[in-house]
Design a binder for this molecule. Sequence first.
Ligand code: ADP
Length: 630
Amino acid sequence: MTIESHKETLGFQTEVNQLLKLMINSLYSNKEIFLRELISNASDACDKLRFEALSDDALYEGDSDFRIRVDFDKEKRTITITDNGIGMTREEVMDHIGTIAKSGTKQFMSALTGDQAKDSQLIGQFGVGFYSSFIVADKVTLTTRKAGLGHEHGARWESEAEGTYSLETVEKTSRGTEIVLHLKEGEDELLDGYQLRSIITRYSDHINLPIEMKSTEEGKEDEYEAVNRASALWVRPKQEITEEDYNEFYKHVAHDFEDPLTYIHNRVEGTQSYTSLLYIPKRAPFDLYERERSHGIKLYVKRVFIMDDADQLMPTYLRFVRGVIDSDDLPLNISREILQKNQQIDKLRSASVSRILGKLEKMAKNEQETYAEFWKTFGKVMKEGIVEDTANRERIAKLLRFSSTHNDNDAEDVSLDAYIERMKEGQKDIYYITAESYAAAIGSPHLEVFRKKGIEVLLMHERVDDWMISYLSEYEGKSLKSIAKGALDLGDLEDKEEKEAQKEAEEALKPLVERMQKAIGDQVKEVRVSHRLTDSPSCLVVEEHDMGASLQKLMKEAGHNMPKVTPIMEINPDHALVEFIKAENDEERFKEWSLLLFDQALLTEGGQLNDPVAFVRRMNGLLLDDKKVA
Ligand code: ADP
């Protein structure tokens, strides 16, 4: 049958053009990875077909032996990679091969610096897959036919990477995909059987289907033979798997270019038998903070690929974990719907979570530098676990790291245990402050009395902190207390004299406090004498059960209608400005001074003034008035 080919020429997305250029330059020193990427795609395509054929074996069209073939032609100067996987329709080719569907592409592009060394690291992290063909080829022809007798025609995609590609409908009898790389000038060393074999064994030995090449034996030149081991890596005995094997397999499952930070490989026999091979990456993917993004666990049943992104297998806060779980007991026809309420899956998940936490605990103890690297990359996400995973809250809490007044920089490396160990005699609670930035936290007036007494305070300055900490009220029998909430009670950390001095100050300033409260009006719930300030004239606190300022802001941004929290203003009885205001007899000016104290307190905690113009006018007015007086 002849067909009309509908040949059309299309332009790449702008991103693809940029990406191609960058990739060709930055990955050239690692050029042989193109083969790994294409074999990885071919293997995924076979996995997908094997899974779909579970419910419709007509898709096999009588051929259920999967294989990937690599051929080369010295004359034509081509390398060809062929698979008999699921293939693509013309539409699918258009969707997958001229565009980058990856979420985060935009952010990725804007993260590029123009500095080649830095950008090539980034590109590795982003993953380039099919496009890596253009590192060694100046023309690529992809011909593919979707599996199943309903798809009689194939599609051909061809590009010289010059901004456009062509797409046409073609005859193709065999299902699957064939990719022909027309090598660039100077890449002839790749047209060599030994060279190609060694690349395949180096990068793709773990692929669990045969990767075949023509035999090198005399007289058998037309026969194909497998050049890899073609057995699932995760079922091999651990002692037979090298570090490189683990790393290469990671790159395949995670579509990453870098080695992982660590892995956990386990075989479990019992009421439920399964193997899991889980990886913690070194770097965060670009879309790490989109909580809805796909998860990275592939589910297999008895070596048969079932699905990608099995989000039931990993809680959201561990969405950066990659790897495979291969169950011996689940039914092969398990669907996403069934996964959601399957008890076996729940058990698999909690066992996997436990293993990952266990690995991190060990790392935190024995390899502190690696753990610090991990925490820097994934700490923010781990904090979500405090909210999400009630069953493991204690364990996750142990893994948390914070900035602290104990450090002289913003490094997050103080654990709750380390804090407890350093607690002052008589100290019962763990003190913390939340703020919008490290600078706001470390500069907060609330810290003053703690600094004076040498009591450590944890500085929480990330957006998730306020939310997270509202779920962590206790650790190892100690309460976590915000130093910006409620009345400050330092308990035994204050001596009798201090307490008496405070009482006296409160008595003495009662009239001032009342006057000020009236002057400021309903912007404050109360004005009171502070015990926490040594240097600043005023600060704001909220009631114990009220939401902290940054959480309020976060909730509002997320579109929640938040009831207004009215703060309490505390004034420093020993501050010169407070003394000065106390002596002010003009009620109008007294009011202006009081409002100024309030606005200052609001500003120091990173809050926003209701009326910045009024603030400036008021301040200038007071400054000039003073001059006149003087
Ligand atoms: P990635 O593999 O990271 O998704 P690629 O650019 O390598 O990115 O591939 C894009 C998509 O094209 C794949 O997700 C897949 O849907 C499709 N694809 C690539 N190679 C093949 C193949 N050999 N057979 C079938 N589909 C393929």
